[in-house]
Design a binder for this molecule. Structure first.
Ligand code: MG
Length: 266
């Protein structure tokens, strides 16, 4: 039997600019009716995603901080605690490079809750959740492109990469990404139900989603209003017709109608 898993980015993909997903509700409900799990795969923290999962009534696992943290359900009971804070090390490394080379950038560790609220438009509770980071550090680059490339090279030499998300660049360990975490979760489903052939759908809008889009059986790019993406280097990835939640809704409903025969509605 074939079953599907839907992995999705949040900001700019399932969520609108105001962080709502109401426009995607028909597709979210259609997936639930078809028993297709939705697995959130975002640069957000577990704390932030817990609230969204509750609101969407999702009960599967979720992937936080760009593939760095995989949480299995129930969210609060089965937590994979990281022994050391990778984030602390990333912040320290970036801070050292900034001091030595005079780079101009700011990140979450430089900001107070009110700064994050102002930058992101998140509420106080949401912003506080977004600051509870374990394995990644979002920054805003305020220096030149040339110096950005220099910074990226120095990070790379230390086993760290800088990945472009929607609003921020994300410092993270080089061997981590959303796509690898997606395959890890897929493997868990496959082990739990070995007789089922699991297929993957992935939706995202930014470079930190590419690893997920190119590894999925069905990759769906959600277009952004502020920059164009050339899909030439991602054969097989399709482009949704509209941005964010509305585009998500439309793309998932179209895909569901394609696989209608395969899906066994409960
Ligand atoms: Mg995004």
């Amino acid at each position: 039997m074939k079953r599907w898993l839907v992995f999705t980015d949040l900001d700019g993909t399932l969520l609108d600019e105001d962080y709502g997903w109401e426009a995607a509700r028909p597709a979210v409900e259609a997936l639930r009716a078809a028993s297709i799990p939705i697995i959130l795969n975002s640069s957000k923290t577990v704390a932030e995603m817990a609230a969204i999962r509750d609101e969407m009534q999702l009960d599967g696992c979720c992937i936080a901080e760009n593939g760095s943290v995989i949480y299995t359900a129930p969210l609060h009971a089965d937590v994979e605690v990281l022994e050391t804070s990778i984030r602390d090390e990333l912040v320290a490394l970036a801070g050292r490079l900034r001091k030595v080379h005079g780079y101009r950038f700011e990140g979450f560790s430089d900001w107070q809750v009110r700064d994050v609220m102002q930058l992101t438009g998140l509420s106080r509770v949401e912003a506080t959740g977004s600051m509870r980071r374990q394995a990644t550090e979002p920054i805003i680059w305020k220096d030149t492109q040339e110096r950005l490339e220099m910074f990226i090279k120095q990070l790379h030499e230390a086993g760290v990469m800088l990945v472009r998300g929607g609003q921020f660049w994300h410092l993270m360990l080089a061997q981590t990404n959303k796509g690898m975490a997606m395959l890890e979760v897929l493997d868990r489903y496959q082990q739990r139900e070995p007789d089922t052939l699991w297929g993957t759908v992935a939706l995202g809008d930014s470079p930190n989603d590419w690893s997920m889009l190119e590894r999925a059986d069905v990759g769906i790019l959600i277009p952004r209003t502020d920059r164009e993406v050339d899909l030439g280097r991602f054969p097989g990835v399709r482009r949704a017709s509209f941005p964010s939640a509305y585009g998500w809704n439309d793309a998932i409903l179209s895909w569901l109608s394609e696989i209608k025969e395969e899906v066994e509605c409960e």
